[in-house]
Design a protein around this ligand. Structure first.
Ligand code: NAD
Length: 251
């Protein structure tokens, strides 16, 4: 057990799976009390149980980041039952790949923007007061697609460019309150999000052609940078996106 996040209360959205679960576990290992929040209640409960079994302190909560009333209700519950949060990780996200001419394009666009772009806004608004009171830290999970596009992913590309814009805007606006706001831009990380695509296409092989470190990322590769951005180690860092992509963006 480390102590980099001792005394902190952290909310991690999308913590039922993949990157969010790894960040929640990493934060707990560094001494934070963690709220594992996800629309998938069962998965969030599993994450909290994993943390408790490892000697950490976690609570699962059901949260739909697209639902503003639900975000406000969860924030009130956290304040009442746990305390003022000092770390918020806006990680919940979805991806669907379709050309703009696809019959489902409208539905995909609306769903992706609702979760990936509106979600961080909704959850940040809901937790603003405790974050101001604690001079907290916000870590938004963007993507390499905060800077570039991949084919047939216009909605996802726009949603993640939006995460970078939101990160910069909030860093500027909330800096005077002592809140730091940064982002992480994962490259190809092996999670359920892309399992189908990895299984059915040569996506992974194509990514590796332009990934200097020559391997896909694992969820644990994201936890370290997320701990750094939430801890005092990054006390003078705000408004940036750290690419955690094996060097993909060097291409
Ligand atoms: N895996 C990658 O290669 C990769 C690369 C770049 C960015 N990302 C980003 O990392 C984040 C996590 O992705 P992951 O790969 O761990 O995916 P994942 O599918 O394993 O986990 C995403 C989690 O978000 C939750 N979620 C979805 N909609 C939600 C909602 N409305 N409210 C609350 N929770 C919701 C899901 O239930 C799930 O637990 C996402 O923002 C994703 O865009 C992932």
């Amino acid at each position: 057990m480390g102590t980099l996040l001792s005394g902190h209360i952290a909310v991690v959205t999308g913590a039922a799976s993949g990157i969010g679960r790894a960040i929640a576990r990493g934060y707990a290992d560094e001494g934070a009390r963690v709220v594992a929040a996800d629309v998938n209640a069962q998965g969030a409960a599993q994450t909290a149980a994993m943390i408790d079994e490892a000697g950490g302190n976690a609570r699962a909560m059901t949260l739909d980041v697209t639902d503003r009333a639900n975000c406000a209700a969860v924030a009130a519950e956290v304040a009442r039952d746990i305390g003022p949060i000092s770390i918020l990780v806006n990680n919940a996200g979805i991806v669907r790949r379709n050309p703009i001419s696809a019959p489902d394009a409208d539905a995909d666009w609306d769903a992706i923007i609702a979760v990936n772009t509106n979600g961080p806004y909704n959850v940040t608004r809901a937790f603003l007061e405790p974050l101001k009171a604690t001079k907290g830290r916000i870590v938004n999970i963007g993507s390499i697609q905060s800077h570039i596009h991949t084919m047939n992913a216009a909605a996802y590309t726009v949603s993640k460019h939006g995460v970078l814009g939101f990160t910069r805007a909030m860093a500027a606006e909330l800096g005077p309150d002592g809140i730091r706001v940064n982002a992480i831009g994962p490259g190809l990380i092996r999670t359920p999000l892309n399992a189908q695509n990895r299984a059915n296409t040569d996506m992974e092989a194509r990514f590796m052609l332009t990934t200097p470190l020559g391997r896909p990322g694992e969820v644990e590769d994201i936890a370290g940078p997320a701990i750094f951005l939430a801890s005092d180690l990054s006390a003078y860092v705000t408004g940036v996106l750290i690419a955690v992509d094996g060097g993909f963006l060097t291409r």
